[in-house]
Design a protein around this ligand. Structure first.
Ligand SMILES: [Zn+2]
Length: 277
């Protein structure tokens, strides 16, 4: 009975996608070309597009099976274009039909991805917590994404603007507080073991900023910073949350001759690649 239930569960391929106020019910294989059109350049090599197809399929099926029935059609889930004009994209997607990433226990894993890691990807569990199986989506050294326009970046932001985005915290600061601003001593940061800033504490006003609070104003949370009177200068690397597949790195690997399977093994060394239908 359990085996039968698992079988039926795995083959529930219908997704509900929300776009412009409407719900679209479509098969995952019809959905993937629209995501490829939204999330990756069609001029990139075949193998990186196929790797993207597998991570996007895995992500959509994981969310559908574990979190919620409806997927958003923007960067909160994955960008999805309703119609696909590229025959090549559709063909490359079809070549990977049914292939997904799975956890060690065989269940579908979310194929997290981002534009540019900046040199090292992030541990999913440290970034988001949640599902304990995320511990299998680990940080890896990339050093392949240097062609990205956001491999290095710099931003200057007014400190009061940052404080406005922050929220009050009551708890004492604890955990891996490993850096204190050299000039004012007012700001503490908590870093992940891979080096990203997870929390930003303004101790003078007892406020905390989480990564999600600054994702719209900084390209990534992989940065060092310097404080001057009213401003903080950020010296950062990468674009996006840094978890899972690094698209610019995957492009370089494809150019160096990696297959889509080898690309996925590179970014998800603890996951398995399986064909489920
Ligand atoms: Zn990278």
């Amino acid at each position: 009975m359990l085996i039968l239930a698992t079988f039926l569960f795995l083959f529930d391929k219908k997704l509900i996608i929300q776009k412009d106020g409407k719900d679209y019910e479509i098969d995952v294989e019809e959905y993937i070309p629209g995501v490829l059109e939204g999330e990756i350049s069609e001029n990139w090599p075949d193998e990186v597009i196929k790797a993207q197809a597998v991570v996007s399929r895995s992500y959509a099926l994981y969310i559908h099976q574990n979190e919620r029935k409806k997927l958003k059609s923007d960067t909160r889930d994955q960008v999805w274009k309703k119609s696909t004009n590229s025959k090549r994209i559709t063909e490359l997607s079809r070549e990977t039909a049914g292939w997904v990433l799975t956890f060690q226990d065989g269940s579908i894993a979310p194929g997290f991805f981002h534009s540019t890691c900046g040199g090292r990807t992030e541990n999913a569990w440290e970034m988001w917590g949640g599902d304990t199986r995320f511990k299998e989506i680990i940080s890896v050294k990339c050093s392949k994404c240097y062609d990205s326009p956001l491999f290095f970046w710099k931003r200057k932001i007014n400190i009061n603007l940052l404080k406005k985005l922050a929220k009050r915290f009551e708890d004492p600061i604890y955990g891996k507080i490993i850096e204190i601003s050299s000039k004012s001593g007012e700001i503490y940061v908590e870093k992940s073991s891979a080096g990203r800033i997870l929390k930003f504490f303004f101790t003078d006003i007892m406020y905390v900023l989480y990564y999600k609070d600054i994702r719209d104003i900084l390209p990534s949370n992989f940065f060092e910073f310097e404080i001057s009177d009213e401003e903080i200068e950020f010296y950062g690397r990468g674009w996006g949350h840094g978890v899972g597949l690094c698209q610019w790195g995957a492009k370089k690997l494809a150019e160096e001759g990696f297959s889509w399977q080898e690309i996925l093994k590179f970014y998800f060394p603890k996951l398995k690649i399986r064909k489920i239908y």
